[in-house]
Design a protein around this ligand. Structure first.
Ligand code: ZN
Length: 246
């Protein structure tokens, strides 16, 4: 089975549609959408509706911190993120907001755990920024493989039976074998707001038979996404950063 993994869409419809097209042109049996559907971008309503349809056809859909912030003022955020959340709240219907609020924090499937941030207290949105965070996250679950997002920078961490942890950045288009004698925590790049210096939209596929992960980068119409952000009156920085992927 091929699972397509999408994290941090962030209301960037142009980026998400490009990734879906790319995934559908290849083999695709299942989808997992790992939270932060909204926030930052200018198309929260259309993205929410599109993901709702995917959920109805069997996709895994999880809640991210920006989705949680729509229904709560408790989430701590920087000024640009906060401004985008306040604007997003006005764009969504009560029904869309209720739907976002009901999304789960985690889903387990066979030996895999899907979560937005660290598996260590998922509702606290802990960033996996290095090997220590990854090891701590793996300690909090029995799953052999964890897929998460939240950081917007792709990274793979492998934990050996002796507790040694290694990490590397996957090369786009090159399958990474997640070997069975290790446990793995994979941070996916962002669909809608990459921060690793590559502005192309990012998603990944996982082949459950071969236990292989492949990262994909997809060009999309950044101009269109940025123009919509400016037209909406959102902070200019949120449009500019799409061009540099940072
Ligand atoms: Zn995010």
């Amino acid at each position: 089975m091929i699972v397509a993994l999408f994290a941090d869409i962030h209301a960037n419809l142009d980026a998400f549609e490009a990734c879906l097209r790319h995934a559908r042109q290849r083999r695709l049996d299942r989808m997992a959408i790992l939270g932060d559907l909204v926030g930052y971008g200018a198309d929260p309503g259309p993205v929410t509706d599109m993901v709702r349809e995917l959920l109805a056809t069997g996709a895994v859909v999880l809640k991210g911190n920006h989705d949680a912030a729509i229904g709560s003022t408790r989430e701590s955020m920087n000024a640009a993120a906060r401004a985008a959340i306040d604007w997003t709240r006005l764009q969504l219907s009560d029904e869309q907001k209720r739907w976002l609020d009901r999304l789960p924090f985690t889903t387990e499937e066979d030996d895999r755990l899907y979560v937005h941030a660290s598996p260590r207290t998922p509702a606290h949105w802990i960033y996996i920024r290095g090997p220590e965070d990854a090891a701590d996250g793996l300690k909090a679950t029995d799953a052999r493989i964890v897929f998460c997002g939240h950081v917007h920078v792709p990274q793979v961490f492998g934990l050996s039976a002796t507790g040694k942890i290694t990490s590397f950045k996957p090369v786009t288009g090159t399958p990474v074998p997640l070997l069975p004698h290790r446990r793995w925590l994979t941070v996916l790049g962002a669909v809608g707001q990459p921060r690793d210096g590559d502005p192309r939209a990012c998603y990944a596929t996982f082949d459950t038979d071969l236990s292989e992960l492949t990262l994909h980068r997809v060009p999309y119409d950044i101009d269109a996404a940025a123009r919509k952000i400016l037209r909406a009156g959102l902070p200019e920085f949120l449009a500019q950063r799409l061009f540099i992927g940072h």
